[in-house]
Design a protein around this ligand. Structure first.
Ligand SMILES: Cc1ncc(CN)c(N)n1
Length: 202
């Protein structure tokens, strides 16, 4: 079993609650009310983008920095950024202050970013992306007609996103085992926050 598999096993109950969460399943069926969720998630993505920057800085080789840089460009400049703008406008969703779970998630991301421990930065990124692949890969085809649901699924599924998650898991497998307990602690906290985030949106 790889280290990332082992981490997931330690949090199996919470993990399954995230990837099978009723809100995620409602995204997959095109029935989720996305307003509150997206307004909060746009705030999550701000700290997430900063965390990607910390991964670029903290990685120990050029080969490792490049995928973070590529994904950073993806989130910050292209599909994901325009998705938020288009979707929030189409839904007529008013901006809102961070919910407690959003603030807690931002605090965890800021904590590991300021701590500058690459293995902990990767642990949070890996939970965020791997768990999203988990629920999105459960979506049945054809995807929903509603572009707001369909595009959100497509952003977290497909060959490119799978390769990105594979890269993150590989990094965690490479640098994590030397810091087993600390990595598990951060991984677990991030999984719990993912669950709470979907609870908030429901
Ligand atoms: C809360 C949350 N977690 C993960 C993702 C996937 N980047 C997200 N957009 N939002």
């Amino acid at each position: 079993m790889s280290f990332s598999d082992w981490l997931r096993e330690q949090c199996r109950e919470e993990w399954d609650a995230v990837v099978g969460h009723p809100f995620a399943m409602a995204i997959n069926s095109g029935e989720a009310d996305m307003r509150r969720y997206l307004v909060q998630d746009f705030q999550f993505v701000d700290s997430f983008t900063a965390l990607l920057g910390a991964a670029v800085a903290g990685a120990d080789s050029f080969e490792a920095r490049v995928p973070y840089g590529q994904f950073l460009g993806h989130v910050a400049t292209t599909s994901e950024k325009t998705y938020f703008h288009r979707a929030i406008e189409a839904l007529g969703a008013a901006s809102a202050p961070p919910e407690p779970v959003t603030a807690d998630f931002q605090a965890l991301m800021d904590e590991v970013r300021h701590g500058q421990r690459y293995e902990l930065v990767v642990a949070v990124l890996c939970v965020a992306e791997w768990s999203y692949l988990g629920w999105a890969s459960r979506a049945a085809r054809p995807y929903p007609d509603s572009w707001i649901h369909r595009e959100w699924i497509e952003l977290h599924e497909g060959p490119e996103f799978r390769a990105w998650v594979g890269f993150l898991r590989g990094e965690l497998d490479r640098v994590g085992p030397a810091h087993r307990e600390d990595v598990l602690d951060v991984f677990r906290r991030a999984v719990t926050l993912e669950r709470r985030f979907f609870d908030m949106a429901l």
